[in-house]
Ligand binder design. Structure first.
Ligand code: ZN
Ligand code: ZN
Length: 352
């Protein structure tokens, strides 16, 4: 968390804010290092205050440095309000209307609150060395778990059993899950967000496997689609199209490129192959403390890529009632392209 308060303070200066109240716990963690479930941070010129309650005083002492730790006893919102001054940015995208109006009642006359949601999220887009190392490590861990899951075979097992096996491996390697794994075979693969179920995986099916591990709060995200035998002409054509779109859009990523334009690279290839209407989601998203964060690679994304952002690239084609294919890598934007963190092969891989 070293130096993040300073970067944040610089942003507040640009926006003419005297203080910023951070209440979203992921943003609080990002800035201060605190991992508990009740905390807030107040930042301003020369001001770094972290607030929590008595349950977390000890944890805060262990986790939070560079921020003054205040244990609020009594009224939580009053404890926050008395430390705010001047023009105060707050996270309107995370504070409920009810909490906001209660807080407002406790503010002094001279305090002006300004909706400033997304400010910390903006900082979080660009990762530092520590964050990049954790995401790379989480990706390695997830890929290793998936490799072992492949060796354990798919055919004859339910999607749930395969997902459970993978998830146990992730935990065995010392990680947690960054989201509930997706194992979707045959027609289930046509639902981009399918939940693993009791369907037994058969021969000659495509199996979409979307998975991620989490290390020290940082997520990985990756998808491969495997074949359990001959998948037929259409299956092969869909797979090759998705792969071509994925490789071309990876090639298009560099600083200064717009999220919308990178998405379009994949969308054009899939459209030209006749599957345009079957690619119904965005191409990719940022990953960090949250599994989905900025920047977005999608049709209506104004986000412009910058070095050291981490994004997924995950085109897919979903043919309802039949099959689905998605291929997803997680990459770091570098000065002149990408560093691909995903290590698993992408040519169609057969699994027993
Ligand atoms: Zn994914
Ligand atoms: Zn993803």
């Amino acid at each position: 968390m070293r130096g993040r308060g300073d970067r944040f303070e610089a942003v507040l200066g640009e926006r003419g804010l005297d203080r910023f109240l951070v209440t979203d716990l992921t943003n609080v963690r990002y800035l201060t290092g605190f991992t508990g479930t009740n905390g807030a941070a107040i930042c301003g010129p020369g001001v770094r205050v972290f607030l929590t309650d008595f349950r977390y005083t000890e944890r805060a002492a262990a986790e939070v440095s560079e921020w003054e730790i205040v244990t609020v006893t009594g009224d939580w919102l009053a404890g926050i309000a008395e430390r705010l001054a001047g023009k105060v940015g707050f996270e309107d995208d995370h504070v409920s209307v009810r909490t906001f109006s209660k807080l407002e009642e406790k503010l002094g006359e001279s305090v002006e609150v300004v909706a400033a949601g997304g400010t910390v999220e903006g900082l979080r887009r660009v990762k530092d060395e520590t964050e990049l190392a954790l995401i790379a490590e989480a990706t390695k861990l997830a890929d290793a778990a998936l490799k072992q899951t492949l060796e354990n075979a798919f055919v004859g097992k339910t999607e749930r059993e395969v997902a459970d096996y993978f998830e146990a491996k992730v935990r065995g390697f010392g990680g947690t899950l960054s989201f509930d794994s997706i194992v979707a075979a045959g027609p289930n693969g046509a639902q981009p967000h399918a939940e693993p179920g009791d369907r037994v995986i058969g021969r000659g099916e495509l199996v979409v496997f979307d998975m991620g591990a989490k290390l020290d709060g940082y997520c990985s995200d990756g998808t491969r689609t495997f074949a359990t035998g001959d998948i037929g002409d259409e299956g092969r054509k869909v797979y090759e199209t998705v792969l071509e779109a994925q490789l071309a859009s990876l090639d298009a990523i560099r600083p200064g490129e717009k999220g919308e334009d990178v998405d379009n690279v994949a969308r054009k290839i899939i459209g030209d192959a006749g599957y345009g209407e079957y690619f119904g989601h965005g191409l990719g998203h940022g990953v960090g403390l949250d599994i989905h964060e900025g920047p977005r690679l999608s049709l209506r994304s104004d986000d412009v890529l910058a070095a050291n952002e981490v994004v997924t690239v995950e085109p897919g084609i979903y043919l309802a009632g039949n099959l689905g294919v998605r291929i997803e890598d997680i990459v770091v934007v570098t000065d002149d392209g990408i560093l691909n963190l995903s290590s698993l092969p992408k040519d169609l891989t057969f699994v027993d």
